[in-house]
Design a protein around this ligand. Structure first.
Ligand code: F0G
Length: 361
């Protein structure tokens, strides 16, 4: 018996335990969890003030998950189902977060993990994660879409379990973020803002909101507002992008796997999808850190850049309740953070006077 932690009741045990009646598991399913989920929903009034908004903005801070992104919600389900089916090897293509998550959950489940990454286009922290968790890490000379094509082909051999969001278990796990938001707010938001890459998350959130509404756990359905990076905006532009490019490497995707599902979510929810430039992304990325002390990765900031655009365009009625997913932690991408901060440490002699001078005292 562990005398420190309570044995039941108030201890969070991960999204499968907490939301099991909404998930495809049975009492016999061998759950692989790192106690993901239960992430903070933080109100960001300073940011709203800075952008001259007139709304309630709630940030779902998914960067505090075990591998520092929202992917852990889907990965606990995907790896759990892989173990249940007796798989030995899990494989994914990734822009860095899916691979970090797959590598961690596979380690815990004692499965072999193979990740395919676009060579040279992965944020440093994410690369460190996949290596540290011990995944076989393959840098493909191509982009995410090409890596995913190879992974699909590997899946067809029947020898590996694909844990990209084309695996339905991933979407099931990720939808629990909507449940949490409704539980935390005591209602569903009027709008849900999120970045869109491979389009799994917008699909998952919409499913979650609909299921909770049908179960009478929430009183309304939000409008889903998605944002792509201007250099990787196939859904907005209405055609695949052969050579996607953006500073937000997490969403550097030209042909999203869940494109039709995302289109359906946008239509059903009376939603909206738009693109934001790298400059707009980096401005929002810096602003949310400086105004509210929330450090996210550039891809996450794409939806904040989108909010700035929407507020300017008068698209948000006064007093609206908005939830926005901060998909990944800022520490994942130290290179962009240091470049974007706009200044460097000030080197001084090891003397009080030298420090006082810098402070201006
Ligand atoms: N934000 C971050 C930080 C991401 O890592 C991703 C996707 C997204 C947003 C977009 O979510 O793909 O469900 O539309 N990252 C994937 C990966 C592609 O491989 O880590 P999506």
């Amino acid at each position: 018996m562990n005398s420190i932690q309570p044995s039941s009741g108030n201890r969070w045990r991960g999204i499968i335990h907490e939301y099991r009646q909404y998930l495809p598991v049975t009492d016999k399913t061998p759950i692989v969890s790192l106690n993901e989920g239960n992430t903070q929903l933080v109100r960001a009034d300073n940011f709203v003030e800075a952008i001259n908004g007139n709304c309630e903005l709630w940030l779902k801070y998914e960067g505090i998950n075990p591998t520092c992104s929202f992917k852990d919600r889907g990965m606990t389900m995907a790896v759990t189902k892989a173990v249940e089916r007796g798989a030995q090897v899990v494989v994914c293509a990734s822009t860095g977060n899916t691979s970090a998550s797959a590598a961690a959950y596979a380690a815990r489940a004692k499965l072999k993990c193979v990740v395919l990454l676009p060579n040279g286009k992965i944020a440093l922290g994410k690369l460190a994660q996949s290596l540290m968790y011990g995944a076989t890490t393959i840098a493909v000379e191509g982009n995410f879409d090409e890596a995913l094509r190879i992974v699909r082909e590997l899946g067809e051999t029947g020898k590996v379990e694909v844990v990209n969001s084309i695996n339905p278990a991933r979407i099931e796990g990720q939808k629990t973020a909507s449940f949490e938001i409704c539980d935390q707010l005591g209602r569903a938001p009027d709008f849900h803002f999120l970045p869109v890459g491979n389009a799994g998350n917008i699909t998952a959130y919409w499913r979650g909101y609909k299921e909770y509404h049908a179960a009478k756990k929430s009183d309304r359905l939000p409008r889903m507002f998605g944002f792509q990076a201007a250099g990787a905006a196939p859904i907005v532009d209405g055609k695949p992008v052969g050579e996607p490019n953006t500073v937000a490497t997490a969403i550097r995707i030209g042909n999203p796997a869940s494109w039709p599902q995302a289109t359906a979510a946008l239509k059903d929810s009376k939603g909206f999808i738009d693109k934001v430039t790298d400059e707009e992304i980096l401005a929002a990325y810096k602003l949310i850190a400086r105004t509210d002390g929330i450090f996210v990765e550039p891809a996450s900031a794409a939806c904040l850049a989108g909010l700035i655009k929407c507020v300017k365009a008068g698209k948000i009625p006064e007093g609206s309740v908005i939830a926005a997913t901060m998909t990944g932690h800022g520490l994942k991408d130290p290179d962009n953070a240091i470049k974007t901060a706009g200044f460097e440490p000030i080197v001084v002699e090891a003397k009080k006077e030298a420090v006082m001078k810098v402070i201006g005292l």
